[in-house]
Design a protein around this ligand. Structure first.
Ligand SMILES: [Zn+2]
Length: 270
């Protein structure tokens, strides 16, 4: 069993390090391979199984396999409750450049993950991060002043050195923004299934108009819970209909990791 486990460890590590930056949607769909940066990892992959409840649930992630140990031993874990934020000493200049693109929706068993065909990026403090994928959680993983939201979106980015930036957008119920309705029309119901949308999606139209935000240093919110993730939580929520939240939960279930200890981490706002 040992050599197999070692091989498993090596392959998981490799997946985490390489982050599949140039993965093409076609490749993603043929292998069910998951961007591990991307928080959600596939139940079909060789990684240890994990879930949001029961014996494979968040309280046990850290002991499922040694690759997930950080979920238990880490001290800069996400998500957290955002409170008592301080205005940063330096202005951090967040610029988001998302473009209309062909998109692919994958039901990986943990979330609906959307990848896109071409060049969307975010710039933060003179670093350029490419958008790798975005996905959804219900209910929200982060809380703001002890308030959870019905859903939360994560836009997962990576710079050329492998640093990860996740921009989180809270989702409040109201009538859905049109671009979300379009995404919802094609939600793959079956686990492992990927759908290529027949039209381009304007990813920028998902975002709120104002990008005031909180920022802090945390981790991926799914195994392997790797730390060193730069989090940006936009203050302004976007809207999604009740019905769309229900549809998502019906397909995926609840997929939010519980709030983690903040410890002595600073949260900045602007
Ligand atoms: Zn996420």
């Amino acid at each position: 069993m040992k050599p197999f486990l070692n091989w498993l460890a090596a392959s998981t590590l490799l997946a985490n390090l390489s982050l599949l930056p140039s993965i093409s949607p076609a490749y993603a769909s043929s292998t069910k391979s998951q961007d591990n940066v991307s928080d959600p990892s596939s139940k079909q992959s060789m990684e240890a199984r994990w879930d949001y409840m029961g014996i494979d649930g968040p309280d046990h992630w850290g002991i499922l396999t040694k690759e997930y140990m950080t979920c238990e031993t880490g001290n800069r874990q996400s998500p957290i409750n955002i409170s008592m934020a301080k205005h940063g000493q330096q202005h951090n200049s967040l610029v988001i450049r998302y473009h209309p693109s062909q998109v692919y929706e994958l039901n990986n068993g943990h979330t609906i993950q959307v990848s896109h065909a071409s060049g969307c990026e975010a710039h933060l403090n003179n670093r350029t991060y490419k958008l790798r994928q975005f996905h959804f959680h219900a209910p929200s993983e982060h809380h703001i002043e002890d308030q959870a939201f019905p859903m939360e979106m994560h836009f997962v980015h990576q710079d050329e050195k492998g640093h990860i930036l996740v921009i989180a957008v809270m989702m409040k119920t109201d009538s859905s923004v049109p671009v979300l309705e379009e995404l919802w029309r094609w939600l793959p119901k079956q686990q492992g299934k990927e759908v290529s949308l027949p039209l381009e999606i304007s990813i920028a139209d998902i975002l709120p108009t104002v990008t005031h935000h909180y920022s802090y240093s945390g981790s991926l919110t799914t195994p392997p819970c790797s730390e060193g993730v730069q989090w940006i939580i936009l203050k302004e929520p976007i809207h999604i209909s009740n019905e769309d939240v229900e549809n998502f939960v019906q397909i995926i279930g609840h997929n939010a990791r519980p709030i983690q200890p903040r410890r002595n981490r600073q949260i900045e706002e602007e």
